[in-house]
Design a protein around this ligand. Structure first.
Ligand SMILES: [Zn+2]
Length: 168
């Protein structure tokens, strides 16, 4: 059973789950079944990540809610099959993650290769004005961007948000 599913089941059975530092706090009117406690212990780190707000201002559950909402919109309003709706929702999550986790670098030095601007090869500002820019040579951008995407994919995977087209 996954962390997301464990959390859902625990709540459905009346367990209120909170986070205190790096520990989970449980409150329930009746003693939860040992199997559930075992699952919560096994997925502790991930359950904490789902419940705790990250540096980008969203908890794992916020990311999941965003993903579900986007997928629902594409499925019910856009008429897409669920797998396509989820693939589109994943793309939204990816873009949102990159916006919420911007990398700023000072102008004058390429954030990719670390070299300064040389004559014919200008440095270009990537990113949006509100979050600041990353300065890169255009030839250094693809590798840097691929790395950023991989970072986003790994972060979203922690919350069990996957690109259904590339992963099972
Ligand atoms: Zn460069």
């Amino acid at each position: 059973m996954s962390a997301v599913h464990t959390l859902k089941c625990a709540r459905a059975s009346g367990v209120r789950i909170g986070v205190d530092g790096d520990a989970l706090t449980l409150e329930a009117d009746a003693v939860p079944p040992p199997a559930m406690l075992e699952l919560l212990a096994r997925h502790k780190a991930q359950v904490i990540a789902l419940l705790t707000r990250g540096g980008d201002g969203w908890s794992g559950e916020d990311w999941r809610a965003f993903f579900e909402e986007r997928a629902d919109i594409s499925e019910f309003d856009g008429g897409l099959p669920r797998d396509q709706a989820e693939a589109r929702a994943f793309a939204f999550c990816l873009a949102e993650w990159l916006n919420r986790n911007p990398v700023r670098s000072p102008p004058g030095r390429c954030f990719g290769c670390g070299e300064t601007e040389h004559g014919q090869v200008p440095l270009l500002p990537f990113g949006i004005d509100t979050t600041g820019h990353t300065w890169l040579h255009s030839r250094c951008w693809p590798a840097w961007h691929a790395g950023r995407k991989a970072e986003a994919v790994a972060a979203l995977a922690t919350f069990e948000i996957h690109d259904t087209r590339t992963s099972p």
